[in-house]
Design a protein around this ligand. Sequence first.
Ligand SMILES: C[S@@+](CC[C@H](N)C(=O)[O-])C[C@H]1O[C@@H](n2cnc3c(N)ncnc32)[C@H](O)[C@@H]1O
Length: 394
Amino acid sequence: MNIFQDTSRILISCQKMLGTALASEVKALGYETVNETPSVVEIQGTMDDCFILNLHLRTASQVLYHIRSFHAENAEELYQKARNIYWEDILLPDVYFSITGYVNNETVNNSMYANVKLKDAIVDRMREKFNSRPSSGNMLDKAAVHLHWNRSYAEIFVNTSGESLARHGFRKIPGTAPLQEALAAAIILSTKWDQASAFINPMCGSGTLAIEAALVAANIPPGYFRKNYAFMHLKNYNEKKYQDCRKRMLAQTKKEGLPQIVCSDISSSAVHIAKLNARAAGVYDFIKFEVCDFRDTTIIPDQAGVVVLNPEYGERLGEVEELEGVYTEIGDFFKKHCTGYTGYVFSGNLDLLKNIGLKPKRKIPFMSAKIECKLMEYELFSGSKKIKEQSVQD
Ligand SMILES: C[S@@+](CC[C@H](N)C(=O)[O-])C[C@H]1O[C@@H](n2cnc3c(N)ncnc32)[C@H](O)[C@@H]1O
């Protein structure tokens, strides 16, 4: 098997509940999916496809290229079968590599132990073939191998990403309670935003949603910022092919004809951080920043755009009781100022969301730092009568 020529299974992992957004991204790149779950999308492809997926995907965590699957009842069997893999065709003799993975085998109660057995198998095979000893550790900035061992079924992959793709690398200062970049991208891709109408983001905090929206509209994928992937440290890595993929990616970015993006927060320091992050992402000029209460955010009239808010929800910031009034006011703001738009509120407190007082058209489930969250969608039709008809209390 030549991993730089052969077609294989490619598993693209993501954080839980981002699978739908990830699958739509993968399809938009022209791939047919073989399997879709809330945290994995599978396709068939080559290492060239791994280059493209790593460069472009906003909602993914890792791109895993399948090497071999086998039955392994225990760690010794895992070691023996993993040692039979032609690692000398995959890894360089003096490589540094790390192991990532998921282990659920009843004979192994510590996944670290399984990883060590796999590492030993690779090192012993490489020593036998090259008389040299590759080094290994926890750093994900060089080559990486992924183990998925469920019960007695082990699957071995080349982890082509290394460091998680979920961090997009533009954020210089996180601010307080920031959304993770991959989650922010998934929220945006789950809205009805057409990427041409206005995107309004009151309560912007460090600006993650507005910045990701600008990146989506400008067709600037995360690969624009990232210089290192695990696939670059594999044997027979073809730098020219990668650079060709990167050049095609850069040629597709847009600088003109972008939609209006407004980003506001009551905290001047939050807006300052959002500005710094937008500059680092190269989208500062595409965003209008405002320091104001969310109710005073500029709503560009007559646009079929979206208004997206991520208010505090009492887990990390603020107290739930105080926030009830804020959520009621968000509902009033939607009704009074945002007609014609589609409104979205992302929150981890479903009780607080009831205070919005509008009937949601959709409730899209997400997870953020192990908290179950919802993205609520509200259609804010023009004409007060229609909005009134939607009100929950009517
Ligand atoms: C959960 S944070 C938003 C985090 C943001 N999504 C990010 O990724 O950084 C909520 C933000 O709402 C802002 N905020 C709270 N009350 C506000 C109000 N009345 N008007 C405008 N912004 C407000 C806070 O300053 C805070 O930055």
